[in-house]
Design a protein around this ligand. Structure first.
Ligand code: KDG
Length: 315
């Protein structure tokens, strides 16, 4: 049984070949996407066992997603193939590396029909950690029920819960989003908001105030992502800051999932918070420096090469 379990929608992403408005782009590269699937690949590459729960359509894109995740070593034994609904897709529009829009074609997708009946209680109960993002509860009411059920199973069985708000205002209104995500955060041991997400949810830009608010509602560790500035982690006993490595910005989408995978992998390794934060920042930066949502996710060895602590022989 996997150490980490997560649930959410994977999609096929079409990455444009040029920095142009989408109406002028003529070719795209097909890739894997979906926050929880990206996170799963990140965790697997960093050497931990992870299971991803979802539904995919009975179509070539669903098969592509399953082959990709299986190939990465993610456990997909709890994924259902839905013969009635398609796999979701999304298109990325890049006007520049820092100016990215997304266009979703996921309404009515197979994953949006996921429900609490898709959950295997023993599978979640035997994990060390359940990872939730704010995207899954935005997909449908049955997905939201599944998220709550998964968190209840985790709480009942002493499984740690990590929560990345991953606010997507193309999926729901800010009012519904705020109400739901602040409620979900009450179940989380580790909360990983971005600074802007903290502002949207709590009305403050201050990383310290954002962290304290989540600690007040029950989190044990809060990690606030500060973009190119790095990140800050706070517990009841300590506050730690870490800067992000300076990398060329190629594609920022997926960096938060890589960051979460790095932090959680560190937690599973039993590392102190400073070391977890370092790995999170390194993994996030490596994703930012490569094209695509998952392509830049590193193995531990690749992290060491990136840090310059080991040398790679190229030829
Ligand atoms: O965090 C990256 C994700 O945003 C991307 O892979 C697609 O899951 C996705 C979403 O809903 O935006």
């Amino acid at each position: 049984m996997p150490e980490v379990v997560t649930l959410g929608e994977a999609m096929v992403v079409f990455n444009p070949s040029d920095y142009l408005p989408l109406d002028y782009v003529h070719s795209f590269t097909k890739g894997m996407a979906g926050a929880e699937a990206n996170f799963s690949i990140g965790i697997a590459r960093l050497g931990h066992e992870v299971g991803w729960i979802s539904r995919v359509g009975d179509d070539p894109f669903g098969r592509f997603i399953l082959k990709s995740l299986r190939g990465e070593g993610v456990d997909i034994s709890r994924v259902k193939v839905d013969v009635e609904h398609p796999t979701g897709v999304y298109f990325k529009e890049k006007k520049s590396a820092r100016n990215i829009n997304v266009y979703y074609y996921r309404k009515g997708s197979a994953a949006s029909f996921m429900s609490s009946e898709d959950l295997d209680e023993g599978y979640i109960a035997s994990a060390k950690l359940l990872h939730i993002t704010g995207i899954t509860p935005a997909l449908s009411s049955s997905c939201r029920d599944a998220v709550y059920r998964a968190m209840q199973i985790a709480k009942k069985n002493g499984v740690m819960v990590s929560f990345d708000p991953n606010i997507r205002l193309k999926l729901w209104s800010i009012e519904e989003c705020r109400k739901t995500l602040l409620d979900i955060a009450r179940y989380a041991d580790i909360v990983l908001p971005g600074q802007e997400e903290g502002r949207l949810l709590l009305g403050t830009d201050s990383p310290e105030e954002i962290a304290k608010s989540f600690l007040d509602i029950g989190a044990k560790t809060v990690v606030v992502k500060l973009g190119p500035e790095g990140a800050m982690a706070m517990t009841d006993n300590e506050t730690v800051y870490d800067s992000a490595p300076d990398v060329p910005v190629v594609d920022t989408v997926g960096a938060g999932d890589g960051f979460a995978a790095g932090f959680i992998a560190g937690v599973l390794n039993g590392w102190d918070i400073k070391r977890c934060l370092r790995l999170a920042n390194d993994v996030g930066s490596m994703v930012v420096a490569s094209n695509g949502d998952v392509e830049g996710l590193p193995t531990m060895e690749e992290v060491e090469v990136f840090r310059g602590t080991i040398k790679k022989v190229d030829r």
